[in-house]
Write a protein that binds this ligand. Sequence first.
Ligand SMILES: Nc1ncnc2c1ncn2[C@@H]1O[C@H](COP(=O)(O)OP(=O)(O)OP(=O)(O)O)[C@@H](O)[C@H]1O
Ligand SMILES: O=C(O)[C@H](O)CO
Length: 521
Amino acid sequence: MARVLSLFRPQPFLALVSRRKPTLCKMSMDSRARKVFAAAVEAVQPDTVVRQSIERTEDSVIINGHKFTLKHNLYLVGFGKAVLGMAAEAERIVGDHLVKGVISVPHGIQQILQQHGKDHLLLKENSRIRVMEGAKHNLPDVDAQKAAEAIKQLASELTEKDLLLVLISGGGSALLPAPIPPISLQEKHDVTRKLAGAGATIQELNTVRRALSFLKGGGLAHYAHPAQVVSLILSDVIGDPVDLIASGPTVWSEVWPEEVLSILERYKLLNSLPASVKDVLGRPRPRWRENKGESNTSGHVLNAVIGSNSIALKCASRRARELGFRPLVLAPGVCGDVRSVSRLYGLLARFACSQEEPPPEIAAELLKLGPEVGVESWDLCRTMQVLGEGRTEGWGSTCLLAGGEPTVELTGNGRGGRNQELALRVGLELRGLKLPPNGPVFLSGGTDGQDGPTEAAGAITDWGVYEEAQAKGLDIDNFLANNDSYTFFTRLSAGQRLLVPGLTCTNVMDVHMLLIPPIPQ
Ligand SMILES: Nc1ncnc2c1ncn2[C@@H]1O[C@H](COP(=O)(O)OP(=O)(O)OP(=O)(O)O)[C@@H](O)[C@H]1O
Ligand SMILES: O=C(O)[C@H](O)CO
């Protein structure tokens, strides 16, 4: 093992872990885990990320180092679940130069924000921005299509003197449907719903969406030409690929019909494909799609990612240190089947909690698992090295953080979500890892505050889950087979292990946290 680790001497990454001794904290591991999660969510609040990204001087703004002059020439459009709060903040900062705006946001969001007392995320009464709600249940509908039409119209009227601020966040694809005729909204909806249901990744899904839409894949930037376009993007996709987040309406992307057809074939949808979709895919590409220079990021468009899982993890690390942990970030892109991901954390917990040099099989299994769960060998080796040093040098408690979005293959009809299912599976992995007075604790939570169709964002587990479930006669395997993790957690510890932050108004995928207590020597 030592030899494997030495091959991966992690000098450039040492900044990811702090070596200062943390202070002692009397708060329970569970409360501290919740506070660290809250800090992650707080860091990517829609108003915060916009405030941090726009630097206002007299009559200009600086965004990502680029200066734009404001001459009452500012227009605003937006689409996504977090866009209302982003727009409210943008209007506070540059509203005096704003001519008009249109945003497409989820059905019912204004009422929900009011009910939750989140007035700072709502537009003021005399706002110049028109709010259009749609996409019930995160699916494109007629209301969202009307909003997309209004956004297209606004963009089309701009001149080279104008500046278009585009606010983008997760859920933007469903909130900006503009199917290329003769494809109907229903046909487009059916194709994407079937793809999602068959397990297509967001990369595959949005590659197909881009090919069937006027506005996706750079279409919006095309309509806004020759105006200057600046997009502020809150990322909900691993790796922050701007061409895929909300299907990249301001990022020029090539459409290859062969690629789209091969995705549809992979999920056995070719035979049921509507004639209209075949027709659009069989046509020569629209001229603008070939004109790369026109809507390229280096031309009249600036695409800036202003919030992401990495930013959330950075702030979570800071909070973890304040709470007495030594923070250590594994990776921001953990993905793959929830079973493999739970194994990853089970192995890391065993590695960290070994009282002696961990058996080499653990490191070998971790390295084998890496590609399946989106974690580079490099990151695993760095993490193992730091955990090993922590153990031998008696560094106290460690907070291992990661982000991403694992997947669950649904086989049952229970209530749950990927975070609760992951936490339950990790609970099983931690069985037997009892280190008095505390064993390791694991938290998994969706930063949007909602895990699947449940009120919880996730759950917190430790070695005690298995023992308590046994004592209560709850059969964990049955709950897992039925994807019923929410019901399980409501019955365990009187629901105390559930993570219920309520509406968070943001979304940068999930946060995973493994808290490792000091190892008794
Ligand atoms: N009963 C269940 N148990 C486990 N996972 C579930 C269950 N029901 C749904 N899921 C999973 O939850 C995911 C959808 O939940 P959620 O709405 O939180 O997703 P999301 O990706 O965060 O949404 P968005 O992209 O809108 O942010 C799907 O991956 C689905 O497989
Ligand atoms: O809207 C979408 O396409 C997804 O949320 C990914 O950004």
